[in-house]
Design a protein. Sequence first.
Length: 356
Amino acid sequence: MTQPRMPIESGVPDHFQYMHPVMRKNYGQWDWHERPRPGVLHHVAKSGDSVWTVRAGTQRQMDVYTIRKLCDIADQYAEGHVRFTIRSNIEFMVSDEKKVAPLIEALEKNGFPIGGTGNSVSMISHTQGWLHCDIPASDASGAVKSLMDELHHEFTHEEMPNRVRITTSCCQINCGGQGDIAINIQHTKPPKINHDLVANVCERPSVVARCPVAAIRPAMVNGKPSLEVDEKKCICCGACFPPCPPMQINDPEHSKFAIWVGGKNSNARSKPTFHKLVAAGIPNNPPRWPEVGAVVKKILRVYKEDARDWERIGEWVERIGWPRFFELTELPFTKYHVDSWRGARHSLNASAHIRF
Ligand code: SF4
Ligand code: SF4
């Protein structure tokens, strides 16, 4: 009899092998937990075992020396186990409370702040930027590093009305960029086509099909097959650029940053929401993006002063109303804030519930 062909498992490796032994032993058997201070979690299992988790911030895009340094700290002070959160905080686990203070001291001495728990501004999640992706108009990780340098206090203290989740995204069809505050690239001009390259590089039907507003048509230019863009229809989304790099849309001047506010993924207290545009046309200004930082800090300051306890940013804005939000933050309200795209009401999902 022939053996059945078994599937080849090539996905995520089994995580149990890397788990701290106390966590492995008590998996699914946790009784209660507390936060003794910002950046430290204490979980107690039904068996009576305890584990303390110390959360630290990193620059996320790390060189090998930084990773080795973090591993050395884990070996020396934290029983040799680490894990990363979905927002790229690093967490060290210890099974003895006496080890918490020396671990914190070692991390802080090496420049890794402790925090990101509870009602703080946790690490900003971001997309890949210039380092890894082929279509970014900015360096999301660089903008994040600059911003977190300025939000150090908000990371290490739990002083916000509720948790704050910030994201950035380095193109407009972004693979990230949805949160309480989202800092996303915004193209402001249609793509410029390099007609000499289109015939060699692009599959024209796929590019035409990519455009969400049917603004691209096949065309003959200088006797060669190429494409043309109806600039009146184009919404400058950049979706044509990945399949066809000769449709260059990234531009140091015309690719700007926009800031969106009030997105929420969870179902807690209120249904999930999409964020709304609050500031556009902000210069994409490396290496420190000061204009982006100024707007984000202004929004955070007003939220901290004006929101009630436990209101997320979106819930706070819903309560006070968008006109009041613009008044308090002193951000100008322009015609660009009005979503006049006719298809939006059909395509925007407003909750995480499954629908058919
Ligand atoms: S947001 Fe866009 S450019 Fe940035 S990593 Fe994702 S796909 Fe690439
Ligand atoms: S940028 Fe977007 S809307 Fe404009 S042509 Fe390309 S795919 Fe179409």
